[in-house]
Design a protein around this ligand. Structure first.
Ligand SMILES: *Cc1c(COP(=O)(O)O)cnc(C)c1O
Length: 240
């Protein structure tokens, strides 16, 4: 996977490389490249790097912290679609419900209820994905595979919140092929739920695949991939 870890290159080259890789994966999977949305995961990265990605065509950005998403939302061009991809605390929902284009990380009834309540107040529709812990890892957020349909059904009854599909964070692995089974599993789960024709539920979005494994995710049916390191380079977290 060396070609997906272009940390020494510039952002422009990285984006081009990732887009090429997505195109090739689409071709292998027999789908049109336009069917996959690249989300540039810009968490921890400073504005000039986001601006460079924007200049090179990125319009979807992913953040995992509410405050950081709001700060960047205020400062960046208004045609950007902001994706909330990180664990979301209920007391922070009110700050982003009218700013996030898609919330990827809904994994409980109580969180969904809070999103619904705040969306009603602000008179918006909140578009969300149900996060599924498809590999059953103890350390991960996300609903279990078995509970996903029940959660989708309950959310479908709430006002001003719209289920658009499923999201998963696959395990961190050396060999990305290991995650193929999980991507295929999430895809199958979304097909199974779609077949139930639940009112008010779309299963059109499958958010899966990160820098290490997005090509495999696309081959297995991802409709959006979340790539951070592969575009912006390694992240350096401040230690407090
Ligand atoms: C950080 C993050 C990513 C991007 O990870 P990379 O390995 O840097 O591509 C994708 N999805 C989620 C939910 C993340 O938190």
């Amino acid at each position: 996977m060396e070609e997906t870890m272009q940390n020494s290159n510039g952002i422009a080259e990285n984006i081009k490389q990732v887009e090429d890789n997505i195109r090739s994966a689409c071709k292998r999977a027999g789908k049109a490249p336009g069917e996959v949305t690249l989300i540039a995961v810009s968490k921890t990265k400073p504005l000039p790097m986001l601006e460079e990605a924007y200049r090179h065509g990125c319009r979807h950005f992913g953040e995992n912290k509410v405050q950081e998403l709001i700060d960047k939302y205020e400062r960046m061009p208004k045609d950007i679609k902001w994706h909330m991809i990180g664990h979301l605390q209920r007391n922070k929902v009110k700050y982003i419900v009218d700013k996030a284009y898609l919330i990827h990380s809904v994994d409980s009834i109580r969180l969904a209820e809070e999103i619904s309540k705040e969306a009603v107040k602000k008179n918006v529709i909140s578009h969300i994905l149900v996060e599924v812990n498809i590999a059953g890892e103890e350390t991960k957020f996300g609903t279990s595979k078995d509970d996903a349909e029940r959660l989708v059904r309950e959310i479908s009854l709430m006002p001003s919140i719209q289920v658009e599909g499923l999201m998963t964070i696959a395990p961190y692995v050396e060999n990305p092929e290991t995650n193929r089974q999980y991507f295929a599993g999430l895809r199958q789960l979304s097909v199974d739920i779609k077949r139930k024709n639940i009112d008010n539920v779309n299963m059109n979005v499958l958010s899966m695949g990160m820098t290490g494994d997005y090509e495999i995710a696309v081959e297995e049916g991802a409709s959006c991939v979340r790539v951070g390191t592969g575009i912006f380079g390694e992240r350096h977290y401040k230690t407090v």
